[in-house]
Design a protein around this ligand. Structure first.
Ligand SMILES: NC(=O)c1ccc[n+]([C@@H]2O[C@H](COP(=O)([O-])OP(=O)(O)OC[C@H]3O[C@@H](n4cnc5c(N)ncnc54)[C@H](OP(=O)(O)O)[C@@H]3O)[C@@H](O)[C@H]2O)c1
Length: 230
């Protein structure tokens, strides 16, 4: 659960009507329309930092910049959760956008003992990333520790990630707000779900409840905004 020791966390999701973020072949550009994407840029500009997972970097090689009109005075910083430092040094996130890029890894995870891990670490640092040991939970950075660490620098954090990282934020009840862009498309059961969460809840009473605070039309899409009820 988000506390004062954590930034306020907004999860952004962009899905089909049936809650999918990509086809099984990885194609995800573009599920939602230009009006939704423009709003995502405005959201980025309004946050201190954007957090993603290495899966999104490897799949899409996004910039994660806020491209608004006018452009923001400063780009939001970027945070990547990347246990084994698989982020390529050629990634577009490492282009000089005048922001800080932090990569939280998991030095205690057994694969990290590999000398190649330390070579990748040095290359990422040379490319300008701040590389931080994010603790250890289940062979990955400890999300709660990372959020407490981020709270020293940021008040407003936007999470834009795939089903793995987004799912962990929901599963661990770390999201304060969901902003869900839903396009009028159906991608079917082989497409990738927005959230990789619990294998199966045993009771509806265990399902986290969100309170819808607004619904806005964005072209053919809907933007639904929810606050977590605790
Ligand atoms: N529609 C949307 O809103 C949207 C947004 C972003 C991405 N996507 C799509 O999502 C797909 C990628 O999904 P994904 O699940 O691979 O991406 P992801 O959630 O961005 O990254 C997942 C990876 O993050 C790493 N990670 C580090 N710490 C973690 C932690 N505590 N919990 C969970 N993961 C952690 C893991 O790799 P390590 O174990 O190596 O650390 C994990 O495999 C792509 O198809 C992309 O297009 C859609």
């Amino acid at each position: 659960m988000s506390t004062s020791a954590q930034p306020r966390v907004t999860l952004k999701l962009a899905t089909s009507l049936d809650g999918k973020i990509a086809l099984s072949n990885g194609q995800s550009k573009w599920i939602t329309g230009p009006e939704s994407r423009a709003e995502v840029h405005r959201m980025r500009a309004a946050h201190d930092a954007i957090l993603t997972g290495v899966g999104t970097i490897l799949a899409d090689d996004p910039e994660f910049t806020a491209r608004t009109d006018p452009m923001p005075e400063k780009q939001p910083d970027l945070i990547v959760l990347d246990s084994k430092l698989r982020t390529p040094v050629t990634s577009r996130i490492l282009q000089p956008f005048g922001r800080s890029v932090r990569v939280y890894h998991c030095e205690a995870a057994p694969p990290s003992k590999d000398p190649a891990f330390y070579e990748r670490k040095a290359r990422l640092q040379d490319a300008g990333a701040v590389v931080i040991d994010g603790g250890f939970y289940d062979s990955r950075p400890d999300l709660e520790w990372v959020l407490e660490h981020l709270a020293n620098s940021y008040g407003q954090l936007m999470v834009e990630a795939g089903q793995g990282v987004t799912g962990r934020f929901v599963e661990w009840d770390l999201a304060d707000r969901l902003v869900w862009f839903r396009a009028p498309k159906i991608l079917g059961k082989r497409a990738i779900d927005a959230l990789d969460v619990w294998p199966g809840l045993e009771s509806l009473d265990l399902a986290p409840i969100f309170h819808r605070i607004s619904v806005t039309e964005r072209g053919d899409d809907l933007q639904e905004t929810y606050e977590r009820i605790r």
